[in-house]
Every structure is written in C-alpha cells, then in structure tokens.
Design a protein around this ligand. Structure first.
Ligand SMILES: [Zn+2]
Length: 181
C-alpha cells in the first residue's frame, strides 16, 4: 500500500500560487484523500498537506486558508487557528465579499433553516449571491455540529454563531438543515 505522501502529490496541480486539489472534494470544496485503511474515512487534503510540510496539527486546532480557495493545499496558504478563529475567518470571508448586508442575510438564512425554500426545492436556488449565502450557511452548520461533537456547550455556540440557543440545538440535533452532512 502506498503512503499518504506518495498518494498526495499526483493529485496536486500548482497554478497561480495555489495548489489546486484535482481529486475528490466534499460539498464545501475541501479536497479529500483516502486515509489508506479500508474502513477509514477520507481525510481533508489541506490538513494532510499541513502535516506533510509543517508537522502534526495540535489537538483541536483547525487548518485555515489565507487564500479563499478551500481546495488549495499549498502549505504557505494555510495557517493554524482555534475554533474561534475558524468561525471568525468564515464570517470575515463572507463579509469581505459582500459587505455587512451580506452578513445579515446569512443570519436570516441560518435562522430559518428548513423553512427556507431552497431546502425543499434545491432547483430553485438562484446563482450568485444567494447561492453564496447558502454555501456559507452550510459551512457554518457543518462547523457548528463539529464543535458540538467536540464538546462545546450549546449556549457558547449560540453566542459564537449569533443565533438563539434553541436554534443551535435544533441544528445540532439535525432537526434543522438535515440535508447538510
Ligand atoms: Zn491557495
């Protein structure tokens, strides 16, 4: 069986400074690489890249992107951050793209969850800004559940994501946003 490093390189395409991941990606654009074992879940390619070039990722830390390209695995475009940095980074990227108005829209989309038409009629999701909002919200939902699983309290998550504790628990218990893994 080939090593992770040996399987990593053929999937990287260096272009314009970024190292694009040419193999599989998850729903929010992160590159995926098989862990090697038969039962193992795929690993995130940018985290693998960090470990290859910079060493082990300290427990609980996230590998974040300096570039706005989730499939990029260039270690020079990556940095380590806490859960808090991670969420701030997501919010900042959303805000930088569309300004404050954008952030407000994201909050509303997040709060409405399943009632949002796009969940039951995905074909109606328009391109452009609304599509971007939906993607940002999915990223938040995934992060929120990840953080809940790693032991963060409901009320802390509510504060961090600026929604009510009730809404946070509905999302984490998959009563909202069921379609998001
Ligand atoms: Zn990059």
């Amino acid at each position: 069986m080939s090593t992770l490093t040996a399987r990593f390189w053929p999937k990287v395409k260096k272009e314009n400074g970024c190292w694009a991941w040419t193999a599989g990606r998850n729903s929010i654009g992160y590159g995926l690489i098989g862990s090697g074992g038969k039962m193992g879940k795929p690993l995130r390619a940018h985290r693998v890249s960090w470990e290859i070039h910079k060493g082990p990722i300290p427990f609980g830390m996230h590998v974040l992107h300096r570039c706005d390209n989730p499939s990029c695995v260039n270690p020079e475009h990556l940095f380590l951050g806490s859960n808090y940095d991670n969420v701030q980074d997501m919010v900042r990227k959303g805000r930088n793209t569309k300004g404050d108005r954008h952030r407000k829209t994201m909050k509303i989309v997040a709060a409405r969850g399943d009632e949002n038409g796009s969940c039951t009629h995905p074909e109606k999701v328009p391109k452009g800004e609304s599509h971007f909002n939906a993607l940002m919200t999915e990223i938040k939902v995934i992060k929120m559940r990840e953080m809940r699983r790693s032991g963060h309290r409901n009320k802390d998550l509510a504060k961090l994501f600026r929604i009510s504790p009730q809404e946070t628990s509905l999302i984490c218990n998959r009563r909202r946003w069921k379609h998001v893994i």
